[in-house]
Design a binder for this molecule. Structure first.
Ligand SMILES: NC(=O)c1ccc[n+]([C@@H]2O[C@H](COP(=O)([O-])OP(=O)(O)OC[C@H]3O[C@@H](n4cnc5c(N)ncnc54)[C@H](O)[C@@H]3O)[C@@H](O)[C@H]2O)c1
Length: 373
């Protein structure tokens, strides 16, 4: 049963926005805000349910951070459109009472953290997570620690963006320790940082797609150069490719030979038709809900392991809360160590449970999250 669903209509563009609070935990909920032309209430509700599970899976006795409920927001607008900033500001102003008391949010597909923060400040809020501040003993110190953590940059990428990719890469390496090659759909916060961590671990990245198409090279792409050539929307400047890099239609990401396939862009990108084309041994869901349930059944029948989103992409969310609640300091090494050990333990437990019972990793993950709830 869903706690709350809100449908909002922008008075200027006439376009809708949504908020779904799936459930409260400790009186509040956590979940990002996405901007995508065509986003639907069902999609946002699906994502909010996933956030509740993600929060519950993060439960560890003894930590200061104890799980919150799950929520998600969605604004129906192309993030590159001239309407985007105004619509974000009007949406945030309209949701202010809920943001203040019930919903702590952050960046998701199509929106940068800085843009949401600016809109919240304009609406008279202190942060995008004002709702959780009453849970803290010393909110000022906690916010200062979070600001400090966000200001940490490694190789010109902020720790806030790196946390998620560190987790996705660790999930992939736990599921397939001998994985040699990977293809990634999406090169924004999640896809970009996942590519870096996998490449650093010695995995050859043979394909990366963005909204404009696929870039492929069977001998391996130069991930750091591609990261430098990204724009704020995660689009790669084709002029900076090497002569040996190939450009292909975006859809071709499924057909490349690789061990690890990582959807890190839109939801529902792998349906039944797409599942039949997957050649990888492991699919790691960096995006939220990228593989449909029917496609997942097909992949399982073919022996392809799908590491579910509620685990694989959960590190950004957990890192925020571990940092805010003081379980880890505002340092990159401490953050990566915590993310890696947590991810290794939980993915290991889920895959072992799946092996032992013959159920899917997702079914085992959902059961674990129910148990924690
Ligand atoms: N950012 C986070 O903290 C976070 C955390 C957990 C999960 N996620 C999920 O990860 C996914 C990506 O989020 P993000 O924050 O990295 O987004 P982003 O906006 O930073 O990047 C999205 C990337 O996908 C590309 N893209 C868009 N449409 C595409 C398409 N049809 N085909 C191929 N590429 C396409 C864009 O060009 C860009 O490279 C979303 O599903 C989001 O819900 C994000």
């Amino acid at each position: 049963m869903t706690f709350l669903q809100v449908v909002w209509t922008d008075e200027v563009t006439g376009r809708p926005g949504y908020l779904v609070i799936d459930r409260l935990g400790r009186g509040v909920s956590s979940g990002g805000l996405r901007m995508r032309a065509g986003v639907t209430l069902d999609e946002v509700a699906d994502l909010a349910r996933g956030m509740s599970r993600k929060e519950a899976l993060a439960y560890e006795p003894g930590l200061n951070y104890q799980p919150l409920g799950g929520a998600k927001g969605g604004i129906d607008c192309d993030p590159t459109s001239p309407d985007a900033t105004g619509m974000l500001e009007r949406y945030v102003a309209a949701m202010k009472p809920l943001l203040r008391d019930y919903w702590a949010t952050g960046e998701d597909l199509g929106l940068r953290q800085e843009a949401i923060e600016a809109a919240c400040r304009k609406a008279g809020m202190r942060t995008t997570i004002d709702a959780v501040l009453p849970l803290l003993d010393d909110p000022d110190a906690a916010l200062a620690r979070l600001d400090e953590a966000f200001a940490v940059r490694v190789g010109d990428i902020s720790l806030g963006d790196l946390a998620g990719g560190c987790g996705v890469a660790e999930a992939a390496l736990t599921a397939l320790p001998d994985g040699r090659t990977a293809v990634i759909q999406g090169f924004g916060s999640m896809g970009g940082s996942t590519a870096r961590f996998l490449a650093d671990a010695g995995v050859r990245i043979v394909g990366i797609s963005d909204a404009h198409g696929l870039i492929a090279n069977p001998t391996g792409l130069d991930v750091e150069e591609l990261l430098r050539s990204r724009d704020p929307y995660g689009r790669i400047d084709r002029a900076r490719l090497r002569p040996e890099d190939m450009t292909l239609p975006g859809d071709a990401w499924l057909d490349l030979d690789c061990d690890i396939l990582i959807p890190a862009a839109v939801s529902y990108s792998v349906g039944v038709a797409e599942a039949a084309r997957v050649r990888a041994r492991v699919v790691v869901e960096a995006a939220n809900v990228p593989v449909t349930p029917q496609a997942e059944d097909l992949l399982r029948a073919r022996g392809v392991v799908v590491v579910p989103d509620v685990v694989a992409n959960s590190a950004t969310n957990s890192w925020w809360w571990w940092t805010l609640f003081g379980d880890i300091p505002a340092e990159a090494d401490a953050a990566f160590a915590k993310i890696r050990s947590w991810m290794r333990r939980v993915v290991g437990e889920i895959l072992a449970g799946a092996d032992a019972t013959g159920r899917s990793p997702r079914a085992v993950a959902y059961e674990l999250s129910e148990r924690n709830l």
